[in-house]
Design a binder for this molecule. Sequence first.
Ligand SMILES: [Zn+2]
Length: 594
Amino acid sequence: MTTTTDLPAIQYTVWPADLHGHRYQVKLHIANPDPEGQVLQMPAWIPGSYLIRDFSKHIESIEAHSVQTKKKLPLERINNDQWCLPKVSGAIEVLTTIYAYDPSVRAAFLDTERAFFNASSLCLEVKGQSDLPCSLAIAPPKTEFAAHWSIQTTLRSVKTDTQGFGFYLAQNYADLLDHPVAMGEFQLIDWVSNGTPHSMAIQGCIHPIDAKRLVQDLQAICNCTINLFEPKTKQAPFARYLFLVNAVLNGYGGLEHRNSTALLCRRDQIPQQDVPLDETSYREFLGLCSHEYFHAWLVKRIQAKVFQPYDLSQRNHTRLLWLFEGFTSYYDDLQLFRSKRIDLNLYLGLVANNWNAILRGPGRNKQSLADSSFDAWTKYYQADENTPNAVVSYYGKGALLALGLDLQIRAFSKNQKSLDDLMRLIWKKHGVTLEGIAENGLDELIIEAIGTEFSKTWSEMKSRYIFGTEDIPIQKWIASKLVSVRPKTTSKLEKIKLQLGMRHTDVNGWLKVTHVLDGGAAQLAGLAPGDILASINGQRITGARLDKVLGGLAEGENIHFCFYRDDLEHERIASLSPHQAPTQYELSANVVNT
Ligand SMILES: [Zn+2]
């Protein structure tokens, strides 16, 4: 039996109290508050998602009392995220009511169907005591809706019932935040990858999932990634791993944790019995799983030094997100190919898609990868109508850089070495040891892994493609006996769209311009984000009819736009010319005669 005296000095109790109003009640017990006045803090952001989210905004009520005297204690506000308790002796309890209706993987959610939370949305940090162990008790909701609910989390369970309600233990506050919790009804699959138990808990699918197919694919991907980092020991760095999946009508995303991940996907991306499966959508889902799983090594263990520890009260800056996110993006698809989930041509198609997307973004000429990382908080994560013109994705270009570096290492070492060798060295030096990697820490690792003679190539790559804004010349580096590269053959319609440089969305049957790219015909003609297109060359235009009308244009024909801006009618004429279209490439596997 566990009594409260067995529990650590900091105890959180989370109760999904109001399923209809989407509110948790959270009790925080502090056995030894700071005698000078305990400060409490709600995180402003969650690691892995670089945007200030101000989780404190969902606190509806907060009050504190002394455990001994039961007397209410005043809470002084320091700022939006911080409270200060008076000087007291003896234990204190703080009660909060927190609204939770964010369906993403980054916050907290509660309704009659399911509950999900990251502790960063519910649990106040006890400042000065963050390194101490803490317990998390999860109480079952008292309603018939939730009678069959159970809990899925990789937090260490101490004393729980068969459904998982009860006491869990975290090594410290950061550990608590790194274990998301899901409640509700799940479809579960389990498998073992290289001796380590893995599972996936899926919510939101009505039909029975195709467990056999999922296990086969996920097991292959997980085995492959464990073997990449630890080819000798084949040991995963965790005792178990859990994929938490919430399948919805529309949604996509994932957040990495040290031995689990929270994923959001569409229902039709999951193989289910008696439901036709779109292989491309499923492949995308496997790519998401592969990506977040890879993060268990890169970013959860190999970390930027500036993230140790995370300062959750403000933005934390690193110029290395191209490494953590870009290299992970390079490997997520590569691991699908290596684990034989996709063939070479499909893999090359994915590489070309990413490469072409980067080439279509004029922002790549203005922002470097290093700056894109540093400014993720205010630019990449706060995308607006100008983002494609001003920002380069550290995911996309970072993945291209990883490919470029891999190709350069292979060429330099005459195929004796590859990026894998560098990744294994980074793992050994910074992952196994958990010693953070400095902003310029990669320099010496590259020399150690590949050799001093490679340092000239690396410093050139750094200045041109990481700190500079040059395009990475993949077309020069990738051509080989195995792979051909050539300018992409585009249809007349694709060419017109590339020259126009305009992105749009459908709004109530009208076509609304969302982005107008620098250098494109749409911008030259004077179209702007927000314009509502009415007709092209006299023909009424809608999202569904755009391709037909554009595809029907004669070679060299001007495009006469009629549109509304601020509800007033305007007209503009766009002239297309070949130089407006960014270069696009296609890659294909050569047939090798053996
Ligand atoms: Zn990622």
